[in-house]
Write a protein of this length. Structure first.
Length: 380
C-alpha cells in the first residue's frame, strides 16, 4: 500500500510541462516526473508516423461506423498503446467520439465515461478564485497572511503568485512523505499538510521564477473555502457545475462514495490519501462536461471576459502559464493532468471554436500531449 500511495502522490501532477506546439507534432514536452508508462514514440516521429499496431477485428468493425474525422483521429492512436477516450467539438457540435480499449474494471470504455483528470482540475480552482474576486470577496493582490496569519512568508506572497506558479512555496508532493495517512480524515490530512507547508522555507523569492507546484492550488482551495464559507467541492458544484449543466462532474471522494452523477470507469487504481488532491487534482469528469465547461468559461457564463482573459494570459513567459491554464497550449489554451494510472488533457481554441478532451489509462502524460498535437493538426 505504501508503494501505491507513493506512486499516486507522484502522479498528482501534472506537471511543469512546456506547452505543446500546434505546428509541430514532434515536440516532446518536458515533465517534472517520469510518465507512468515508457512506450513513448521516438521524438523524431510524429504520432501518425510512429510504428503502428495492427487493428483488431473489433476495431475494424467499429471504424466502419465512424465518420471520416473520427477515422483520422483513431489512426493517430495506432502508434500508441491507447485505451481511453477522445472527444472533440466544433462550434458546439460533437465531431469526434472515440472510446478504445478497456477501463480498469476490464469493461469496454464508453465515450461518456467519467474519469479522473488530475491537474486539469486546476483551471476550476483558478476560475473559482476569479469569480470570488468579481464578487468582491478577495483580491488577487491579497497577501497570504490575510488568510493564513501563522505563515510568516505569506506577507510577501500574493494570491496571484499562487495562480501563476510563482510563489516560491515548495511542492508538497516532492517533499512530504508519509506524514499524512490514508487512515486519516481529509480534515486531519489537510491540517498536517498546512503545518508542514507553513514550517518550510521558500525555495525562491516570490515572483522571481516559475515552478510548477501543487501546493499553490491546494492553498487556493482553502482560500476559496474561507471566503465563500462553503466546502470547496460544494462551491464548485453550486457556482460552476450546476450553472453549466455539468451533471457528471465532481470530486474523487464523491465518485469513490458512489455519487449519483457517477457513471463509467471506477477509480480503484487511484490510491490517494484523503484531502491531498483538493484544488490541485481532485476532479472527475467526462468529455461532454468538459465541452460545457470550456464553452461556458470562454463565453462569460462562469466569469467575466476580463477574468477569463487574465486566466488565458501568460504570466510567466517564456514558460507559458496563465492562471490554471497553459498559454499557448497546442495553439490554444488548456492543461494536461496525470493521477494514478490516468493521464488527460483538455484544450480549447477560441478562434476556431474547437474543444478537445483526451483521457487514457495506458498512456503517460508525455504521450498524451503529442497525441493531442496530432489531433489539433487533424482538425485544422
Amino acid at each position: 500500500m505504501k508503494k501505491l500511495l507513493s506512486l499516486a502522490l507522484a502522479g498528482l501532477l501534472l506537471c511543469s510541462a512546456a506547452a505543446c506546439s500546434a505546428g509541430n507534432g514532434n515536440d516532446k514536452p518536458a515533465s517534472s516526473a517520469p510518465p507512468a508508462q515508457s512506450s513513448e514514440p521516438s521524438p523524431e516521429q510524429s504520432p501518425a508516423e510512429a510504428s503502428r499496431q495492427s487493428p483488431s477485428d473489433e476495431t475494424d468493425s467499429s471504424a466502419e461506423q465512424m465518420n471520416d474525422t473520427e477515422k483520422a483521429v483513431l489512426e493517430l492512436t495506432e502508434g500508441y498503446d491507447f485505451s481511453g477516450i477522445i472527444c472533440a467539438y466544433k462550434d458546439g457540435e460533437e465531431i469526434v467520439s472515440i472510446a478504445e480499449g478497456n477501463n480498469e474494471n476490464g469493461e469496454a470504455y464508453k465515450a461518456d465515461d467519467c474519469v479522473p483528470v488530475g491537474s486539469v482540475s486546476k483551471q476550476f480552482c483558478a476560475a473559482s478564485v476569479m469569480l470570488l474576486q468579481e464578487q468582491g470577496k478577495l483580491s488577487l493582490d491579497d497577501t497570504l497572511d490575510k488568510y493564513f496569519p501563522e505563515y510568516e512568508p505569506g506577507k510577501k506572497i500574493l494570491v496571484s503568485h499562487l495562480l501563476s506558479m510563482r510563489s516560491g512555496i515548495p511542492n508538497f508532493i516532492d517533499e512530504l512523505a508519509y506524514k499524512t495517512s490514508e487512515n486519516n480524515t481529509a480534515e486531519e490530512n489537510i491540517r498536517i499538510l498546512k503545518e508542514w507547508i507553513f514550517s518550510q522555507p521558500l525555495k525562491n523569492e516570490p515572483d522571481t521564477e516559475f515552478e510548477y507546484c501543487n501546493t499553490n492550488y491546494f492553498l487556493l482551495s482553502l482560500i476559496v473555502e474561507q471566503v465563500s464559507g462553503k466546502k470547496y467541492t460544494d462551491f464548485l458544484r453550486e457556482s460552476i457545475f450546476a450553472l453549466l449543466g455539468m451533471k457528471h462532474t465532481g470530486s474523487i471522494p464523491e465518485m469513490a462514495a458512489g455519487a449519483e452523477w457517477t457513471k463509467g470507469a471506477s477509480i480503484k487504481e487511484v490510491q490517494l490519501q484523503p484531502g491531498l488532491t483538493q484544488g490541485a487534482g481532485d476532479i472527475v469528469t467526462c468529455g461532454e462536461d468538459i465541452s460545457l465547461w470550456l464553452t461556458g468559461l470562454a463565453s462569460g457564463k462562469v466569469i467575466s471576459e476580463e477574468s477569463f482573459k487574465a486566466m488565458a494570459t501568460d504570466h510567466s513567459s517564456p514558460t507559458g502559464y496563465g492562471y490554471g491554464l497553459y498559454v499557448p497550449f497546442c495553439g490554444g489554451i488548456g492543461h494536461p493532468g496525470s493521477i494514478g494510472i490516468y493521464s488527460a488533457a483538455d484544450y480549447i481554441n477560441t478562434d476556431d471554436n474547437v474543444i478537445i478532451f483526451i483521457s487514457s489509462s495506458t498512456l503517460g502524460a508525455n504521450e498524451v500531449l503529442p497525441l493531442l498535437t496530432g489531433i489539433v493538426e487533424e482538425l485544422q
